[in-house]
Design a protein around this ligand. Sequence first.
Ligand SMILES: [Zn+2]
Length: 180
Amino acid sequence: MRKIIISAGHGGTDPGASGNGYIERDLAIELRNLIVAELKALGITALTDDDKNALKQTLLWLRGKFTTGDILVDIHWNAAANPEAKGSEVIVPEKASAFELNLAKELLHCFTVFGFRDRGVKPETETARKSLGWMRPGAENVLIEVCFISNQTDMKLYQANKNGIARKLGATLAHFRSKN
Ligand SMILES: [Zn+2]
């Protein structure tokens, strides 16, 4: 069985983006906790980072906690100057494994099924930073950009469906946990 490690992107003094009265760090911690609860209901214990950890601390904390087949999920919200930008995407390493690509596709489906715009599965090279620290640990790495904190429609859709989204994400991770 693969281990599942879920991190809330940002934490502590690193709040991430904000918009529409929300702070990315707090949204990510809440969704991480909802997914962990869904997994627990399925009898699966996921490892999670500390709420105080920013990315650097999380990457340090990760050392020695995983092996190559384990699943590493980081949760973020997107933000854009253009308030019209919306939708969900899942980021994978530049040279993604078939497992990472399949997992990312299924995780993205957990959002698009609720009506979020499908922005696709993207390699890290297509993100603003081009290279993401989360993609460096040698495991099966994915980073979820839930939706746009800067888009009111996205945030309303998320708040109305977050429990259903967490349920689907939990079921998807549980499925991939026992996959070859
Ligand atoms: Zn972020």
